[in-house]
Design a protein around this ligand. Structure first.
Ligand code: ASP
Ligand code: MG
Length: 450
């Protein structure tokens, strides 16, 4: 009998301490995962990023203090897990490297993206080392093998945001991880990869979900499990709306919109590989592994018009205006060429005869070269601190009365821009940052708490 091939990913909260690691080890074994990718222990990537910054600007004493915190956290876990000598030596090797790299950045007062990747990759290398031991200690009948994902996760050399090369990954994964089809469980890292020449890269913050999805696609897995600290995806952020409900199942299209438009639970890039390879995705809590969680699938039993809603804060609205646009062609092309040249992604767009408004992440507008390039084309106006509110569901662009219902729900909150029609699954609009939470509360009440 053939059983499901499962790739599981555990996030930082599932690697928080020795207890969390043991719990996550049991989950991986109970689930019969074939390959397990892990994030750095909770908060460690942030600490490593901070180290890369303060090493350039602050005293060595301050750097040492931060290094000690990272060391203490990992030694505490290794002591509590009672690791063997080999695991301890591996951990010490990574910690030594942490100190050397930190010192190097401190002395140079400079941290290239390449150096940054070498430094932050240590988070995943350490957690996976410790977690391998945790799984070994819990397992009775399986081969548990530590695997360095850099042997397989081949990427471009765009350090800090490297692009995985799926063809190569597929080939190498099937060569090197093939025993996962038999009795071996591989424990490995999310987030990190390497260039063709073997230089360490990372694929962008929060990228472990994406790593796991790529490995699932490469191995043609049946299921991708994303284990976190909440029991699945909710109808909206439960920190904003107390009555948010768990979503039992959701389609890939809706879940991608939800992730792109602000739900924090899944990295937006995760679903594309899973969808391409028809891998069902499960999101659950390693703290409550028996809760139903959320399944993301090609199709679902029910297809509600509004299934969920999300907020994307810290947006800026850029409006470009020029009479040259009147009856002209190629203007939109020129604008998007500029965004493309600067590798910037635009979320929502509306146009009129002589103007175009679009939203970008707030930090984008710090890019003076981009602003200069846009100004060479049109007059521009920037409104900061905006929030994009999205309603996500099915058949949204063909449902009469949706707009009326949505706008009467949000009442007196001013709407700055609307995008409706392009997607069956998304209706979004922009409000002043300070009104975002209230808009979501009102919409949730009207569309979901009924
Ligand atoms: N540890 C990395 C981060 O915090 C990657 C991940 O956890 O997904 O960004
Ligand atoms: Mg994450």
């Amino acid at each position: 009998m053939s059983s499901n091939f499962i790739v599981a990913k555990f996030g930082g909260s599932s690697m928080k301490d020795a207890i969390a690691m043991k719990r996550s080890a049991k989950v991986a074994l109970d689930q019969k995962a074939n390959i397990v990718l892990v994030s750095a222990t909770y908060g460690t990537t942030n600490q490593l990023v901070e180290l890369s910054q303060i090493a350039q600007t602050s005293s060595w004493t301050n750097c040492q203090e931060l290094i000690s915190q990272i060391k203490d956290k990992h030694f505490k876990i290794s002591d509590e897990l009672n690791v063997d000598e080999k695991t301890k030596q591996e951990l010490e090797k990574h910690l030594k490297r942490l100190e050397v790299l930190g010192r190097g950045i401190f002395l140079l007062k400079e941290c290239s993206n390449r150096a940054y990747d070498a430094l932050v990759s240590l988070g995943e290398l350490m957690s996976s080392t410790l977690y391998t031991w945790a799984v070994k200690s819990e397992s009775t009948n399986k081969e548990i093998e530590y695997f360095d994902i850099r042997e397989v996760m081949k990427t471009s050399d765009d350090f800090k945001k490297a692009l995985p090369n799926l063809e190569v990954i597929k080939k190498l994964a099937n060569e090197k991880l093939n025993n996962s089809r038999n009795n071996t469980i591989y424990i490995t890292q999310g987030f990190i990869g390497s260039t063709e020449e073997g230089v360490t890269t990372t694929i962008g913050r929060g990228g472990s979900d994406y790593s796991a999805a790529l490995i699932a696609e490469a191995m043609n897995a049946d299921i991708l499990q994303i284990w976190t600290d909440v029991a699945g995806m909710a109808t909206t952020d439960p920190r904003i709306v107390k009555h948010a409900k768990l979503i039992n199942e959701i389609t890939f299209s809706e879940a991608s919109e939800l992730a792109t438009f602000g739900a924090k639970i899944l990295h937006p890039t995760t679903l594309a590989p899973a969808q391409r390879a028809n891998v069902a995705v499960f999101v659950g809590s390693s703290y409550e592994p028996n809760e139903p969680g959320t399944w993301i699938k090609v199709s679902t039993n029910s297809n509600p018009m509004i299934r969920a809603m999300a907020l994307k804060t810290d947006q800026s609205l850029i409006t470009l205006r020029t009479p040259k646009m009147l009856n002209a062609h190629g203007f939109l092309f020129e604008i998007f060429k500029i965004f493309n040249d600067h590798k910037i992604s635009v979320d929502a767009i509306t146009t009129s005869e002589i103007s175009v408004s679009l939203t970008v992440d707030q930090e984008v507008i710090k890019n003076q070269n981009l602003i200069k390039d846009l100004e060479s084309l049109a007059n521009i106006d920037i409104e900061k601190n905006q929030t994009l509110v999205s309603l996500i569901g099915n058949n949204i662009n063909h449902t009469p009365g949706l707009g009326e219902k949505a706008f009467s729900a949000i009442g007196d909150i001013n709407v700055r821009m609307i995008c409706l029609g392009a997607s069956k699954h998304n209706f979004c609009f922009l409000v002043d940052g300070e009104n975002g939470n209230e808009a979501i509360k009102r919409l949730h009440k009207s569309f979901i708490e009924v």
